[in-house]
Design a protein around this ligand. Structure first.
Ligand code: V47
Ligand code: SF4
Length: 377
């Protein structure tokens, strides 16, 4: 029998009413995953039809040196400057890594890294200028709100001025990393010194005011409560009401291996559950009624779950990632990159129509949906 809570929320949505925080909490508490999924699917189909998009992108992580190395206990990627394994790319190294884009297929560089005292404004300006001049057709989605605030602090500039300078050098949009969970109590426990939740919102607001579109995320499955998740979604929805600047919401599943927090919690080897992963995506779709795009990040939740999520409100998949370090530093076992064929198979297998998009979600190439008689291919 359908959970009456979900029926009530379905009626609200049919009547065009907005979900309250209490509704979102009730959805997180409900065990009626299938009905929640159906509802999210309905809402998604009304917005995006059968089309599932992906971008042909390439991740570049130019430095893993980070001043918050000791305090972001969930992170297995960062290093102190003199620690074994610490690296910071020279411009030549960044360009060499970017050279994969010479194939003409990559349309977006996704560039994020640590809070490195030696990677200030000039480091990124030089990088973006060089990337733009060598790969003019490639969009630059770079630097989380936390990195922008870090550059602002070391350069003694405002967030806005940093954003203006970086945009002038070639930054096109910003990714959604660094959000973690906004709750002050959670941040205290897992990311004691990181930019506060309200300031993450502040940097995104500053970007939106300049016309720089951004993504947003929520790291879940660590120590946060359901109420913390709702508070986080509410802050994202409020900013979207104000600016309309978010492109997509991406819930990120916490991976407990290879980081201090996972050990502290005794959670090594126990990643988030499939039910929670699907619910995070579906509730995001239902609560964030002012977002067009909900993205699943297959590197963290597996390609199989990302495929299922296409029936739970998701309309976008993190694309052909050539090389990815952040998650693989914390023990993700998923492949480090996926081919176009792999992605098409995944989307067609869900009965959806694949489409390659640009970074602003304009469709560049729509592919055939799978022929009904095709099995497995
Ligand atoms: O902010 C770090 C997360 C984020 C772990 O905007 C971890 O299109 C799980 O934000 N377990 C960076 N997650 C990645 C990110 C992202 C990814 C794909 C697309 C986009 C986009 C953004 O990775 C960090 C942090 O929340 N992270 N450590 C971990 N142990
Ligand atoms: Fe640094 Fe980001 Fe890792 Fe925190 S999550 S230690 S800010 S790289």
């Amino acid at each position: 029998m359908t959970d009456p809570v979900v029926t009530r929320i379905a009626e609200k949505i049919s009547a065009g009413e907005r979900l309250s925080g209490a509704d979102a909490l009730a959805l997180y508490e409900s065990h009626d995953l299938i009905e929640i999924g159906k509802l999210a699917d309905r809402v998604n189909r009304a917005k995006n039809g059968d089309v599932v998009t992906f971008a042909s992108n390439q991740h570049i992580n130019p430095t893993n040196v980070c001043t918050l190395r000791k305090t972001c206990t969930f992170c297995g990627y960062a290093r102190l400057p003199k620690e074994e394994g610490a690296y910071r790319y020279t411009l030549e190294q960044t360009l060499a890594e970017a050279a994969n884009a010479a194939d003409g297929l990559t349309r977006e560089f996704h560039i994020v890294g640590g809070l490195d005292m030696k990677a200030g404004l000039a480091y990124y300006q030089e990088m973006f200028r060089a990337l733009k001049s060598n790969f003019p057709h490639v969009h630059i989605k770079a630097l989380t709100a936390v990195e922008i605030a870090h550059i602002a602090r070391i350069e003694k500039m405002s967030w806005r001025d940093v954003l203006i300078a970086l945009r002038e050098a070639g930054l096109d949009t910003m990714p959604g990393g660094g959000a973690e969970t906004f709750s002050a109590a959670v941040r205290e426990q897992i990311a004691g010194k990181k930019l506060a939740g309200a300031d993450y919102i502040g940097v995104h607001r500053a970007a939106h005011e300049l016309g720089i579109r951004t993504n947003c995320t929520m790291l879940y499955g660590h120590v946060e409560t359901r109420a913390d998740r709702v508070e986080h979604l509410m802050m994202l929805r409020d900013l979207q009401d104000e600016t309309g600047g978010f492109l997509a919401y991406i819930p990120l599943a916490y991976h407990p291996d290879g980081n201090v927090l996972g050990k502290e919690l005794g959670r090594e080897g126990t990643a988030t559950t499939g039910v929670d992963d699907l619910k995070m995506l579906a509730v995001g779709r239902l609560f964030l009624d002012n977002f067009q795009h909900i993205k699943s990040h297959w590197i963290m939740v597996s390609t199989a779950l990302s495929q299922l999520s296409l029936h739970f409100g998701v309309n976008d998949l993190e694309g052909t990632v050539v090389r990815e370090k952040i998650y693989h530093a914390v023990g993700a076992h998923t492949p480090q990159g996926m081919t176009l064929e792999g992605l098409l198979k995944l989307i067609r297998g869900a009965g959806k129509t694949p489409a390659e998009r640009d970074s602003f979600y304009n469709v560049l190439r729509q592919f055939e949906a799978r022929a009904p008689e095709t099995v497995g291919a």
